[in-house]
Design a protein around this ligand. Structure first.
Ligand SMILES: [Zn+2]
Length: 301
């Protein structure tokens, strides 16, 4: 097995507990989280929210069997203080942003609830499979206290897969850290697609959910505890636990000047002319990474 940074930062660990029909993922974000958050000047409440969403994107994205597939999480409510949160994952690349009304956010105080941020919003979970071009989307209301609970509802309602998700976030220090555990009951194993109807009276799953649910916040976040050690601590009494590393996580953004030229080319000439500044350029900034692009008007025709 290749050697890895023992802190687990920006790493994903895949694991299965075969005789319990369970599979799982653990992720821990370090420098990647700083990079994503560093592109935005968000207050603490939104840093925490985005960190949680990035952990969830990494956990759910790492379930894709398709190496070039994409997972997108979109939490939204057009009336919300946060009207749109987007995170996506593709082949270990993570990115995300939170569109919000700063004045209304400031009125909510330092620790707003999910409902205060989104109102009666919803979460859309979308899996795009690159190999077949197929897209699977499930939408659940943002009813729980956390985005993680909404993701659990997604698996339960859309896929009928009992799933436990725990996320821990600490963005208070100079270096932000966030981590999460996902554990699922798959009666047909990792490759199985045939789902049992959602039944939570499975003794195997009940046992796994208790073990997985016992993970503590400090264990998830502790860089002195490797991801392998963390799983071993939770499941060492099991007959067999198989674990393997997923692709390293990086901040990836796919914004390019060519991409924005294509987008702008769809506007009419008169509309484009209104966007041009005194230098003859249209300035576009990427919502994900905050990079700005000067697109020359003359290049668009
Ligand atoms: Zn970008």
């Amino acid at each position: 097995m290749a050697t890895h940074d023992a802190t687990g930062f920006d790493q994903t660990l895949f694991f299965t507990v075969p005789h319990r029909d369970a599979r799982g993922r653990v992720v821990r974000l370090g420098p990647v989280l700083d990079t994503v958050l560093g592109a935005h000047a968000y207050p603490a409440s939104l840093r925490n929210l985005l960190a949680e969403a990035l952990v969830l994107a990494a956990l759910l994205g790492s379930l894709l069997k398709d190496d070039d597939g994409q997972l997108t999480l979109q939490a939204q409510n057009s009336e919300g203080v946060v009207d749109l949160l987007v995170c996506d994952y593709r082949a270990g690349e993570l990115r995300g942003y939170v569109r919000h009304d700063r004045a209304r956010l400031d009125e909510l105080g330092p620790n707003p609830s999910l409902h205060a941020l989104f109102g009666d919003g919803f979460l859309a979970v979308t899996f795009d499979l690159a190999s077949s071009g197929q897209r699977y989307q499930g939408i659940v209301p943002l009813e729980g206290e956390t985005l993680a609970q909404a993701c659990e509802s997604y698996f339960f309602q859309s896929e009928q897969v009992p799933t436990l998700i725990r996320v821990a976030v600490d963005c208070s220090g100079p270096n932000a850290v966030a981590a999460g555990l996902l554990l699922q009951h798959l009666p047909e194993g990792e490759e199985g697609r045939e789902r049992l109807h959602a039944r939570l009276d499975h003794p195997e799953w009940d046992h796994m959910a208790i073990m997985g649910g016992s993970v503590r916040r400090d264990e998830l976040l502790d860089p002195a505890l490797s991801l392998e050690q963390l799983i071993w601590r939770l499941f060492h009494e099991e007959q067999e636990v198989r674990a393997d590393r997923g692709p390293p996580l990086v901040r990836g953004c796919r914004c390019t000047g060519d991409y924005y030229r294509q987008v702008l080319a769809r506007f009419g000439t008169a509309e484009r002319r209104e966007m041009v500044d005194e230098r003859g350029a249209i300035v576009v900034d990427c919502a994900f990474c905050s990079r700005t692009f000067d697109i020359l008007f003359d290049d668009l025709t």
